[in-house]
Ligand binder design. Structure first.
Ligand code: DAH
Length: 339
């Protein structure tokens, strides 16, 4: 009996299996009711009484060892199977890193949404432009400093090919193609030959608006501006218009809003004045309408243009313009809540 036990034990220690079916076959062979170990236990009855105790213990140990060995084989095969599927059910669930929208995109979309509610549609134009659409048709004198190399990136001279310095060029292109009524908004990137610093960059973003129809008045401009300012910065926002000069508008103005940080009381952000400048605007100069083939006697219009970076700074107090184009994920993550 002891010999049988020992030889089975050696067999069991050396067991191997290639798959789970083989493990099951081993279980049947050694442990099932008619398996080798239970049959050995049946023979236990014939063991002489003085050996019963030792042999009984040995038999029980053998059964335990066989069970353990076969379970171990099964477990190792089960683990291999799941690893092969690339599945580890014990791993922590991994969280998805969600991206955030760029603050300039958020603000641009918000500006567009406000003007959409007033019936403006989006117009687009090229970033690589010619002199006529950026300057000539917009009433810039030949010697206007904006045409200078100091401000404009030229790609080619005579005929001039250049990067647009403002989105007002889309006004020109739209008026050339389309008859009034025209009510468009033109978001886009613009380029200026500036040294890069916290306050200036060689490219930035603007949104331009243009409304041309019969009887468009300065009052329409003012009301549109007030609506925009209050939608963008809150219903308590005040506006004020200061006379200014742009070649393409007459009269021209710059718009300030009551400082959205101190509510107009005066703080370091508004330099104690209670007002911050946000955009340029005016009534479209009759010369511009004429250059684009629109009858300036029949039609009038207003235009306005703003910098998206400027509005974003006012809304979110971004101190350094360069952060907008550095693509630092930590900066972008700060705008998660703004979505
Ligand atoms: N184009 C001007 C700029 O880049 C902004 C501007 C001012 C646009 C007045 C307008 C306007 O349409 O009426 O500084």
């Amino acid at each position: 009996m002891i010999d049988k036990i020992n030889s089975l034990r050696a067999e069991i220690e050396a067991l191997t299996a290639a798959d789970l079916a083989q493990v099951e076959a081993l279980r049947v062979k050694y442990l099932s009711k008619k398996g080798l170990i239970p049959s050995l236990m049946n023979d236990f009855r014939s063991v002489p009484a003085d050996q019963k105790r030792t042999i009984g213990q040995e038999l029980n140990k053998l059964k335990e060892e066989a069970t353990e060995r076969i379970n171990a084989l099964r477990e190792s095969l089960e683990n291999v199977d799941t690893a092969a599927d690339g599945l580890d059910l014990t791993r922590d669930a991994s969280t998805w890193e969600l991206g955030t929208r760029h603050p300039l995109s958020l603000v641009r979309e918000e500006i567009i949404a406000i003007f959409r509610r007033l019936g403006f549609t989006i117009a687009d134009g090229p970033e690589v432009e010619d002199d006529w659409h950026v300057f000539g048709a917009l009433n810039f004198a030949d010697d206007h400093p904006a045409r200078d190399m100091q401000d404009t990136f030229f790609i080619q001279r005579n005929p001039d090919v250049l990067l647009r310095t403002h989105t007002s060029s889309v006004q020109t292109r739209t008026m050339e193609r389309q008859k009034p009524p025209i009510r468009i908004i033109c978001p886009g990137r613009v380029y200026r030959n500036e040294a890069i610093s916290a306050r200036a960059h060689c490219f930035f973003h603007q949104v331009e608006a243009l409304y041309v129809d019969e009887n468009v008045s300065y009052a329409d401009l003012r009301q549109t501006l007030l609506y925009f300012a209050q939608e963008m910065f809150g219903p308590e926002t005040q506006i004020r218009l200061r006379p200014s000069y742009f070649p393409f508008t007459e009269p021209s103005a710059e718009m300030d809003i009551s400082c959205n940080l101190c509510g107009g009381k005066g703080c370091s952000f508004c330099k104690g004045t209670g007002w911050v400048e946000i955009l340029g605007c005016g009534m479209v100069d009759p010369n511009v309408l004429e250059s684009c083939g629109i009858d300036p006697v029949k039609y009038t219009g207003f235009a306005l243009g703003m910098g998206v970076e400027r509005i974003t700074n006012l809304k979110y107090q971004v101190k350094d313009l360069r952060m907008f184009s550095e693509n630092d994920v930590r900066f972008l993550k700060e705008f998660t809540a703004a979505h």
